[in-house]
Design a protein around this ligand. Structure first.
Ligand SMILES: CC(C)(COP(=O)(O)OP(=O)(O)OC[C@H]1O[C@@H](n2cnc3c(N)ncnc32)[C@H](O)[C@@H]1OP(=O)(O)O)[C@@H](O)C(=O)NCCC(=O)NCCS
Length: 191
């Protein structure tokens, strides 16, 4: 399964990606640790290998679709973007993403997420996609805004990280909102 644009493609992670993914985590650690619970715990390549194995289980059970984001022309690994917590009865899932620090600010996460939203609403026929971003995560909140997500509210002290309690903005995009925003979302995908 591959989701493609002119600049990037998304495909399920493979066992053989573990070193590239771990290397990207290591080089992006200061940005990741500020917002991600898992990154301080990812200190050895075996932790990344275990995560990749877990993504196979999620996909088989149809509860999560993790993708690696790769540069289209070189195949270089750039980051992750995926759907998790897929709830079939209410056709809902949560989107998550991160990009290598040296690749930030190029619109890559917005583009990868646009490809993933197309998959979520047109492929999986979801009704709702949730996006949670720490209230102080300027980049992630901006990605949500660019994709047309609407803010539902703030969950206070939703997460505990090394730097303290973190408040989260809860955004969501409903299928009817996706249909209305489809041209705009398609325009975020390079052709
Ligand atoms: C947040 C993150 C995913 C953004 O990825 P990215 O590829 O740089 O995102 P994009 O380039 O598609 O868009 C980022 C937007 O946020 C803006 N931005 C970046 N930092 C910002 C900040 N501190 N405050 C406000 N806006 C900011 C950029 O200018 C851009 O908006 P623009 O296109 O209008 O100029 C990336 O920095 C990252 O992986 N951070 C660490 C992990 C993380 O926070 N993941 C998300 C958890 S919810």
């Amino acid at each position: 399964m591959m989701l493609k644009s002119k600049r990037i493609y998304l495909r399920p992670l493979r066992r053989s990606d573990a070193i590239a993914v771990f290397d990207a985590v290591t080089k992006s650690r200061s940005d990741l640790d500020r917002y991600m619970v898992w990154s301080p715990l990812t200190t050895k390549v075996k932790h990344t290998a275990a995560f990749i194995r877990q993504t196979f289980v999620w996909r088989r059970r149809e509860v999560g679709y993790a993708f690696g984001v790769f540069e289209a022309s070189t195949g270089e690994y750039l980051g992750n973007c995926g759907l998790h917590d897929v709830r079939h009865r209410i056709r809902s899932a949560e989107i998550g993403y991160w990009i290598r620090s040296d690749q930030a600010g190029k619109g890559l996460t917005t583009e990868a997420s646009a490809l993933l939203l197309k998959f979520a609403f047109e492929g999986l026929q979801l009704h709702r996609v949730i996006l949670r971003a720490a209230t102080d995560n300027g980049g992630s909140n901006r990605v949500a805004e660019k994709l047309g997500f609407r803010l539902d509210g703030i969950h206070r002290h939703e997460e505990l990280l090394a730097r303290g309690w973190i408040d989260y903005n809860y955004f969501c995009l409903l299928e009817e909102e996706y249909r209305t925003a489809r041209d705009h979302i398609n325009a975020l995908i390079t052709r």
